[in-house]
Design a protein around this ligand. Structure first.
Ligand code: GLU
Length: 496
C-alpha cells in the first residue's frame, strides 16, 4: 500500500502562511514519492471553531494549486473514499470507542475529579490524580452512579521514550516529565491527542507533517501509539515563521492579532500563486543549486524537493522579498496571460473599475498599458492604483513642472519644451505604435536643439502623467496615444 501523508488544519480562523506551507511541503513530498496526500479537518475544539474557516481553507488550497487525493470538501463528498469522513466532528463516536479501548490496554484511565481539576493540566506532581489507580470496583460504582468523568492518558512512570523526527532527529525523554493529558472530555469530545491517534491510525497515515508547535507533544503521541499497539507514523515538525515587527523592529512569531499578512491578504492582492509557492518553499528548504537558480515551477520543485532536508530553524517571512519574486513572475508572464489574470482580478474584487473603466477601453489600449507596467507591478492588485493617471482625467499639476534639483527653474523655458513636444506629437512622421520610434524621434529632436534629455523630458512626463512618479515620457506617449497625449500637454500648457 502506498504511503500516506496528510494536512490536518483546525478551522479556527483565516488560514495563515504556515497552513499553506505545511500543506505544500506534505503535498510536494507525496507527489515526489507517489504517496497519497489527503486533507482532514480537525474541528474538535468547538470553542475555537469558526464556521467560515473551512471554506476559506479550501479556497486557499485550490488557489495555491494543491489537489488532495482525498479530502473533506463540502457535504457532497464522494463516499468512495475509504476513510471517510475526513472531518473530526463527524467521527465523535469513534473516539469514545477508542478511548475505552485504551483503558482496556492500560493506556488511559477514567478521571472523576471535579471540574476544577479537570482543566488543571499541570500540577506540582504531574500524576497526582486520585483516579489513576482506582480499583475496578471503585470505577464501576462511580459509573453506576453516573458520576461525570473524563478519560486521561496513563503515562507509564519511570521509563524513557525515544522520539524521532525526520528533521529534528532523535531524543530520549523521561516519561516522568509528561502529564496525564485529557484524551476525552466530559462532553465526549476528543482532544487533539486522542483524535490524532485514532484518525492517523485508521486513515493509515505513514507520515505526519505538522508545524513545530506540536513538537512538545511528540513524546505523548509516540507513547500513545505504542500503548495502543498501533504502528506510529514518521513525524516531521516544520519550523516556525518569524516576521520583523514594524513597531519594535525585532523578530517575533507570526501573529494574526498583529495583522500580519494572511493567505487571504495575499490572495486578495492577487499575488501569483506560482510565485508564492516558489517563495514559501524556499523559506525552509534549498536545493543544492540555490546559488544559481531561484525560480522553480511546481513540477521542478516536485522533482528536487526533499522533506528531510528542511531547515530546523525558523525562517523570516519578508514581504519585500516576496514582492520582488512576484514582480519577476509577473514580468515573465506572456502579456495576454497577464491580461486574463488582471481581468479575473478586477471582475472579482473591483467590478466597478472593471465595468466602468477597464472594459470601456479597447483591449489594445489595455494591453499596451500592461506591456509597460509589467515590470512595475509588485502584485496585480496594484493595477488600479498604478493606472489612475492613465485611465483617469486628474487635475493638471503645474506645481511639479519646475524641479530645482534638476535645474529646471524657468517656466518660460518649460513652456518651450512643452511646445516642442506638441510639435513632435502633431507631426505625421511619428509612429505611435512603436515605442522605439517615439523614443528615437524625441531624442533626435532634443539633440538637434542642444538640450538635455533629462531636463526636457521631466516636464513632458509631468504634463502627461500629473504624477511625481510614473513610467517614462516615451512610455506614456506610447500608452496614451496621439490624441490623449496632446490633450494632456495642452491642458497643462493653458494653465501656465
Ligand atoms: N490540527 C492541528 C493544527 O491545526 C494540526 C495537527 C496535525 O497536523 O497533526 O495545528
Amino acid at each position: 500500500m502506498a504511503p500516506r501523508t496528510r494536512f490536518a488544519p483546525s478551522p479556527t480562523w483565516a488560514p495563515h502562511i504556515w497552513h499553506l506551507r505545511t500543506a505544500m511541503y506534505a503535498w510536494l513530498e507525496a507527489k515526489k514519492n507517489g504517496w497519497i496526500f489527503f486533507m482532514r479537518l480537525e474541528d474538535t475544539d468547538q470553542e475555537r471553531f469558526v464556521a467560515w474557516s473551512a471554506d476559506i481553507l479550501i479556497d486557499c488550497i485550490k488557489w495555491i494549486g494543491i489537489e488532495p487525493d482525498e479530502w473533506f470538501m463540502g457535504e457532497n463528498v464522494p463516499e468512495k473514499w475509504e476513510y471517510w469522513p475526513y472531518v473530526q466532528s463527524k467521527r465523535k463516536d469513534l473516539y469514545k470507542k477508542y478511548a475505552l479501548e485504551l483503558i482496556e490496554k492500560w493506556a488511559a484511565f477514567y478521571c472523576f475529579c471535579p471540574k476544577q481539576q479537570e482543566v488543571s493540566e499541570v500540577t506540582s506532581n504531574l500524576h497526582d490524580h486520585n483516579c489513576r489507580n482506582l480499583s475496578k470496583e471503585e470505577i464501576e460504582t462511580k459509573l453506576a452512579k453516573w458520576t461525570p468523568y473524563i478519560i486521561r492518558h496513563k503515562i507509564p512512570l519511570n521509563e524513557h521514550i525515544i522520539i524521532e523526527d525526520m528533521v529534528h532527529g532523535t531524543q530520549k525523554i523521561d516519561t516522568n516529565t509528561l502529564d496525564d493529558s485529557v484524551l476525552l472530555k466530559s462532553d465526549w469530545h476528543a482532544t487533539y491527542h486522542l483524535a490524532h491517534l485514532v484518525d492517523d491510525h485508521l486513515m493509515k497515515t505513514t507520515h505526519v507533517v505538522r508545524w513545530e508547535e506540536w513538537l512538545p507533544s511528540l513524546p505523548k503521541h509516540t507513547l500513545l501509539f505504542k500503548q495502543a499497539w498501533f504502528e506510529a507514523p514518521k513525524y516531521v515538525h516544520l519550523a516556525l515563521i518569524m516576521i520583523i515587527d514594524k513597531e519594535t523592529w525585532t523578530k517575533r512569531k507570526f501573529s494574526k492579532r498583529k495583522w500580519d499578512p494572511g493567505v487571504i491578504d495575499i490572495m486578495q492582492k492577487w499575488y501569483l500563486p506560482e510565485a508564492v509557492f516558489n517563495y514559501l518553499v524556499f523559506l525552509w528548504w534549498n536545493p543544492w543549486e540555490w546559488e544559481t537558480k531561484e525560480f522553480y515551477t511546481k513540477e521542478e520543485l516536485i522533482n528536487v524537493f526533499d522533506l528531510a532536508d528542511c531547515n530546523k530553524s525558523w525562517a523570516l517571512f519578508d514581504i519585500e522579498k516576496l514582492n520582488w519574486m512576484n514582480s519577476k513572475y509577473i514580468a515573465n508572464l506572456e502579456t495576454n496571460e497577464l491580461y486574463t489574470r488582471i481581468e479575473e482580478y478586477l471582475t472579482k474584487y473591483d467590478k466597478d473599475f472593471y465595468e466602468n473603466i477597464f472594459s470601456k477601453s479597447t483591449k489594445e489600449f489595455n494591453i499596451k498599458i500592461l506591456k509597460e507596467l509589467k515590470t512595475r507591478l509588485r502584485y496585480l492588485g496594484e493595477y488600479k492604483e498604478l493606472t489612475t493617471f492613465i485611465y483617469g482625467e486628474p487635475n493638471a499639476r503645474t506645481d511639479l513642472l519646475l524641479n530645482p534639483k534638476m535645474k529646471i527653474d524657468n517656466i518660460e523655458i518649460v513652456k518651450k519644451w512643452l511646445k516642442l513636444a506638441l510639435d513632435i506629437l502633431n507631426s505625421d512622421s511619428l509612429d505611435f505604435s512603436e515605442l522605439d520610434n517615439i523614443k528615437d524621434v524625441f531624442v533626435e529632436k532634443i539633440a538637434t536643439e542642444w538640450l538635455k534629455n533629462g531636463q526636457v523630458l521631466w516636464p513632458i512626463r509631468v504634463a502627461l502623467s500629473w504624477e511625481e512618479f510614473s513610467p517614462w515620457a516615451f512610455e506614456l506617449i506610447y500608452i496614451l496615444w496621439k490624441e490623449k497625449s496632446i490633450q494632456r500637454i495642452q491642458k497643462i500648457f493653458e494653465k501656465i
